[in-house]
Design a protein. Structure first.
Length: 434
């Protein structure tokens, strides 16, 4: 049998109402009459009266082991899920507002080209439940005018790995070129790393009370936030001091704020992320740490990745601002900037000369066509018919011979057989239908 629905506050109000009416001498036959009489009174009841019966209904539910909250299939409260989603939306709105204010304020004051921007990147061995086991981190500081100024790189020894995750750690170390965690040696000092990070973020303004935001790729936001939480929890520091934002959002608003020509704008918010994922400077040599350069895995080094993100942004934004780019600051050290500029100038000349030649050639062709058309008007137009085809595409059709009555004499009307029959029979049949 299906379970009975739980009794609500109105049910208990009707019970009390029915008892009061009985004491007054008004006997109500059934609950249908009680509903009809008590319904309007319940609608106009004050909140204090409603709260009394709602508490009574809740107490009754608890006695019947009926849950007052709804849960998901995994046992998580739906109210908690809604609260987490609401917090996530608020964080995204706050991030968007911070980035827009950061770009707009510096654009108005004309200091956007000299403003320091911080980029962070991490490598992790694996994910243990909800925690990332970080093995390497890099924070970089750059500006559009001066290029990359400095960076802070750290190889991290997480110490002992939980049982059951040795294979995942081995795969992570192989993928990102990290050394296997040494359980015998002393783990990295997270408190000291946190102090170094805070000091590094204050290099632009040592007297600032609020740390500047740090930017990373969207897929690295969760590992970076977990890394900061791990350091702050061990140092008893508030992790809310740090703001970790997506770098593609910054790239979108930064490029559109400094662009003057419509062709330089990002028409869609998804395009900056596409350009960053193309990673045009991925195979630039010598921009990783000594360990990754030695094992020929520079592309997986956080130092290399952070610099490549900065190079991609500067390569797109510096020409718009008219900044002279320098190798080693705005571009990888192996780039010959002068040769690139000469090649670009030569290509522009070739394109312009080819366009001029094409224009001249087009004018000559147009002049010749005009002369030929005028001559053709004066000449007499003659139509030469095409020859008849020898045969059609289908099978050959033979012409039927001409036949006369000599080859096919007429049949006699009289005689036997199934033919026309005798003339008598024909006359008889015709007379019937007249």
């Amino acid at each position: 049998m299906p379970k009975k629905p739980p009794k609500n506050a109105f049910y208990f109000f009707m019970l009390d109402f029915k008892e009061e009416q009985r004491k007054k001498g008004n006997m109500l036959k059934n609950m249908a009459e009680v509903v009809e009489v008590a319904g309007p009174i319940w609608k106009d009841a004050p909140p204090s009266m409603r709260a009394k019966y709602e508490a009574r209904a809740k107490e009754e539910k608890n006695k019947s082991n009926i849950p007052t909250k709804k849960f998901t299939s995994t046992g998580m409260s739906i109210a908690e899920v809604d609260m987490i989603e609401q917090e996530k939306r608020e964080m995204e709105e706050r991030e968007l507002n911070d980035i827009q204010n950061f770009v707009n304020v510096n654009s108005v004051t004309k200091s956007i080209r000299n403003r320091d921007i911080y980029i962070i990147d991490v490598n992790y061995y694996c994910k243990v439940r909800n925690r990332y086991v970080i093995g390497e981190s890099t924070i970089l500081r750059f500006s559009l005018a001066d290029g990359i100024k400095d960076l802070y790189h750290e190889m991290i020894n997480p110490g002992r790995i939980e049982r059951g995750y040795a294979y995942d750690v081995k795969m992570g170390s192989k993928e990102f070129g990290l050394e296997m965690p040494d359980e015998d040696s002393t783990p990295s000092n997270y408190m000291q790393i946190l102090a170094n990070v805070i000091d590094y973020l204050k290099r632009s303004d040592p007297s600032a009370k609020v740390l500047p935001p740090i930017f990373t790729m969207p897929e690295k936001v969760a590992p970076v936030q977990d890394f900061i939480y791990e350091m702050c929890s061990r140092a008893s520091e508030d992790e809310m001091l740090f703001r970790v934002y997506k770098i593609d959002t910054l790239f979108y608003y930064l490029k559109n704020a400094i662009s003057v020509q419509p062709t330089d704008l990002f028409p869609k918010e998804s395009l900056p992320l596409v350009q960053l994922k193309k990673d045009p400077f991925k195979y630039s040599p010598g921009i990783g740490c000594d360990h990754h350069n030695k094992i020929d895995l520079t592309t997986e080094c956080t130092m290399s990745r952070a610099q490549r993100l900065a190079f991609t942004i500067m390569d797109s934004c510096c020409p718009v601002l008219g900044v002279d780019m320098e190798a080693g600051k705005h571009l990888p050290p192996d780039f010959d900037v002068e040769q690139i500029i000469e090649t670009q100038v030569q290509r522009r000349k070739e394109v312009s000369s080819s366009i001029a030649a094409l224009t001249k050639q087009t004018m000559n062709i147009s002049f010749d066509l005009a002369n030929s058309s005028s001559e053709s008007v004066l000449s007499e137009n003659r139509h030469v018919p095409l020859r008849m085809p020898k045969r059609t595409g289908g099978p050959r059709v033979e012409i039927a011979p001409e036949l006369s009555e000599i080859e096919f004499p007429s049949l006699a009307l009289a005689g036997r057989g199934r033919g026309m029959g005798s003339s008598r029979s024909l006359r008889g049949s015709q007379s019937k239908f007249q």
